[in-house]
Design a protein around this ligand. Structure first.
Ligand code: SF4
Ligand code: SF4
Ligand code: FES
Length: 246
């Protein structure tokens, strides 16, 4: 491997399609796609915009689409991609472009603000065992890369659903709070009525792209969906609820 051919989709705010620009950079052992983009910035195009912070797969800021796959630029090794072929790099397509590979993910922070936060139980014993928090720890591994949001067809192709569809990242956050042994809040009504979890058809694409290996669909989406069916679709429970409301 001596030279890498990168095809980078560039553009400014509001220019969603942008244009593709080819760059050729020197390959080296162990190189990742972010290294290749740094070479482009250093040698050819200092104005190429790319967001990164840690280069260790932990800050979640370098999310992009590489050869059409949702990946972190800093974790994708060049030698894991098909040899001898151009490597395409695009910004996340679900979010509006700010410049080149940098997208505006601030919509996610609005969704985060609407999610009912942790509420501790009153007068409880605050000791618990590892088995009580294993599932919480899995959900807390999220690095907020938003690749799960980027890949989700509900968000990508049904943009009008965005206001009432929180997306996988926030089903993970809600699950992390729900599983906490000291949390006493009920988030089912929120998930159903505001977060749109019923629109998720469990395609598992979010799980496949998660760089932290969180089993999003199995552990954060299916359990609340089952509880929603139990609570809202069970005819006897629905009748009881109506009677109690009178
Ligand atoms: S499983 Fe649900 S949240 Fe995940 S990508 Fe598919 S539709 Fe979106
Ligand atoms: S759940 Fe996984 S894919 Fe989604 S934002 Fe968190 S780390 Fe990224
Ligand atoms: S730069 Fe932090 S995850 Fe890639």
């Amino acid at each position: 491997m001596s030279e890498i051919h990168l095809v980078v989709n560039r553009g400014n705010a509001g220019d969603e399609r942008g244009w593709d620009e080819s760059f050729y950079v020197r390959a080296s052992k162990g190189m990742v796609v972010l290294d290749a983009l740094w070479q482009v910035q250093e040698q050819v195009a200092p104005d190429l915009a790319v967001r990164w912070n840690c280069k260790a797969g932990k800050c979640g800021s370098c999310s992009a689409e590489i050869n059409g796959y949702r990946l972190l630029l800093c974790k994708t090794r060049i030698d894991s991609l098909p040899a001898g072929q151009p490597i395409t790099v695009q910004p996340m397509q679900t979010f509006a472009r700010i410049k080149d590979l940098v997208t505006d993910v601030s919509w996610n922070y609005e969704i985060n603000r609407a999610l009912p936060p942790f509420r501790p139980r009153e007068s409880s014993d605050w000791r618990w065992f590892q088995r009580d928090i294993t599932r919480v720890q899995e959900m807390r591994k999220c690095i907020e890369c938003f690749l799960c949001q980027d890949v989700c067809h509900v968000l990508r192709y049904q943009r009008t659903e965005k206001p009432r569809y929180a997306g996988a990242r926030f089903y993970v956050r809600a699950a992390g709070l729900d599983y906490h042994p000291m949390d006493d809040r009920d988030r089912l009504a929120y998930l159903r009525e505001e977060a749109g979890i019923e629109l998720c058809n469990v395609t598992r694409c979010c799980t496949e792209v998660c760089p932290e290996g969180i089993r999003i669909t199995d552990n954060a989406i299916i359990p609340p969906k089952e509880r929603i069916v139990d609570r809202y679709a069970d005819p006897i429970k629905a009748l009881l609820r109506r009677m109690l409301r009178r």
